[in-house]
Design a protein around this ligand. Structure first.
Ligand SMILES: NC(=O)C1=CN([C@@H]2O[C@H](COP(=O)(O)OP(=O)(O)OC[C@H]3O[C@@H](n4cnc5c(N)ncnc54)[C@H](OP(=O)(O)O)[C@@H]3O)[C@@H](O)[C@H]2O)C=CC1
Ligand SMILES: N[C@@H](CCC(=O)OP(=O)(O)O)C(=O)O
Length: 435
């Protein structure tokens, strides 16, 4: 099935760069036109589209699962890791979760049109800062089909057109999900082009998406190092980076032992493939001898391989040696590097040097140490006595998320509908002229 069979000028597998460029420009042109309609769409119309899309997803379950089966078969043939196959897999329960997610987004307040601030100047001019959509958002993401619905629905809620480029292994699943989203848009009288997916897995299309500022207002790259490099080198469009999660858990001298064990195991092992999974455990030298053995034992019992520095290996048995490269490695697997550090200052220094400014946690009962960590660790999300796996828009109460922004501009941390807006100033006068 191709999304664009019925659209002249677009084809699933273009042969040459010039064809891809032309295809992407056409997608961009359509998205820009759709964005103009969406920007003025009412909350009721957008929510109707989301409810109808949820119904279409449920009705299309057999077709979507058949498309997903094709992706899974190809992924297994390719030898994709089990955790990545699991990330790609859909079943009736997961699909119901995706449909319910669309309804949750429909139930969120519409950020567009909200008055953010209002004031009056002595000359009588009345100022209002009002939320408006960003425009057209291009999203490049991993082979996780639910992101197609999450990203498409959040963009729609915030009045933006979306151009979706999911991971190549999820091509058929994402295409089928977008078809259901289109049914919802049609039923609400909104243009299908509000949510388009790139109808090729050729990475040349990503290159073109990054260089169409006339049609694309923001790029959201959600992925690892290879994607980072390409976006940094090539993008001519503002970027909300959703990049790698090199997350840390720091066990402070003031840590409660039970909390330390529970948080370290959950942060690493709840799901090892997510960007909020911990990759490095730091332990305060002052308590390492008593805290590290039970924590290491619990991690190993949960199936985790540990790579420690010399100090950690001298305290806990069964650790492989860590190399310098380990402090900069996002394993996304059941592997954890372990370092002994000198108190909260040592932990902050290590994290700010090796982390990816995503999510980091301190475990301590010492309020002063916690406050110092929360203030001085330069990451989008800093936690006290809680697992790094809470790095998630749903857990923050945002309903859903595009992902976790690791950049500093505009949005930082979980990106929901509100973060997908900008603002404008409305100034109302009664004939004032400037002296
Ligand atoms: N901050 C956040 O919110 C999130 C971050 N992540 C991060 O994503 C990474 C894991 O996901 P993974 O699937 O392995 O990520 P990848 O970076 O391999 O893939 C993500 C997407 O980027 C595309 N891509 C990757 N490299 C290039 C390139 N050079 N040119 C064009 N397109 C490219 C992929 O396309 P293709 O299919 O062709 O490979 C895919 O669509 C981890 O680092 C994780 O932390 C994951 C989820 C959320
Ligand atoms: N932030 C969300 C999604 C994480 C996510 O998509 O991760 P990944 O397995 O890298 O695709 C969560 O923690 O559930």
């Amino acid at each position: 099935m191709s999304l664009v069979d019925d659209k002249p000028g677009l084809s699933r597998a273009p042969a040459a760069q010039t064809d891809i460029d032309a295809m992407m420009l056409e997608i961009g042109r359509r998205a820009r036109a759709a964005a103009a309609v969406l920007a003025l769409a009412s909350s009721e119309q957008k929510d109707k589209a989301l409810h109808a899309a949820a119904a279409a997803l449920r009705a299309d379950t057999p077709a979507i699962l058949a498309a997903n089966a094709k992706d899974i078969a190809a992924a297994r043939e390719k030898g994709l890791r089990d955790s990545l196959v699991d990330r790609l897999l859909l079943d009736a329960g997961r699909l119901e979760g995706i449909a319910a997610g669309l309804e949750v987004v429909a139930g969120l307040p519409d950020p567009v049109g909200a008055t953010m601030a209002a004031w009056e100047r002595p000359n009588g001019l009345k100022f209002e800062r009002r939320r408006v959509p960003l425009g057209v958002i291009g999203i490049i993401y991993e082979s996780r089909p639910n992101v197609t619905a999450d990203a498409g629905s959040l963009c729609l809620k915030a009045g933006n057109a979306a151009i979706l480029r999911g991971g190549s292994e999820s091509y058929h699943s994402s295409t089928a999900i977008v078809a259901a989203l289109h049914k919802g848009l049609r039923e609400a009288g909104l243009p299908e082009d509000a949510i388009q997916s790139v109808p090729t897995t050729d990475r040349a299309a990503v290159g073109k998406l990054l260089t169409m500022p006339q049609y694309v207002d923001v790029i959201v790259p959600r992925g690892g190092r290879s994607l980072i490099e390409r976006v940094q080198n090539e993008s001519r469009v503002p970027v909300f980076a959703h990049l790698d999660g090199l997350c840390h858990v720091y066990l402070d001298a003031g840590a409660d032992r039970d909390k330390a064990v529970a948080i370290a195991v959950n942060a690493k092992m709840r799901r090892t493939s997510v960007c909020g999974a911990a990759e490095t455990l730091l332990v305060d030298r002052a308590v390492a001898a008593e805290l590290l053995p039970p924590v290491a034992e619990a991690l190993r019992a949960a199936g985790c391989i540990l790579r420690g520095d010399a100090a950690a290996r001298a305290i806990a048995t069964g650790m492989d040696p860590a190399s310098e490269a380990d402090w900069d490695t996002e394993y996304l697997d059941a592997i954890l590097s372990v370092a002994v550090v000198d108190g909260v200052a040592g932990a902050i220094e290590h994290i700010n040097r090796h982390g990816s400014h995503h999510t980091d946690s301190i475990v301590t009962e010492d309020a002063a140490a916690a406050e110092r960590f929360l203030s001085e660790v330069d990451s989008a999300i800093v936690l006290h006595n809680a697992s790094t796996q809470f790095a998630d828009g749903g857990e923050f109460g945002f309903g859903a998320e595009i992902g976790i922004s690791t950049g500093r501009m505009h949005a930082r941390g979980p990106v929901g509908a509100e973060q997908l807006t900008s603002f404008k100033y409305l100034v109302r006068g009664t004939g004032q002229t400037r002296p």
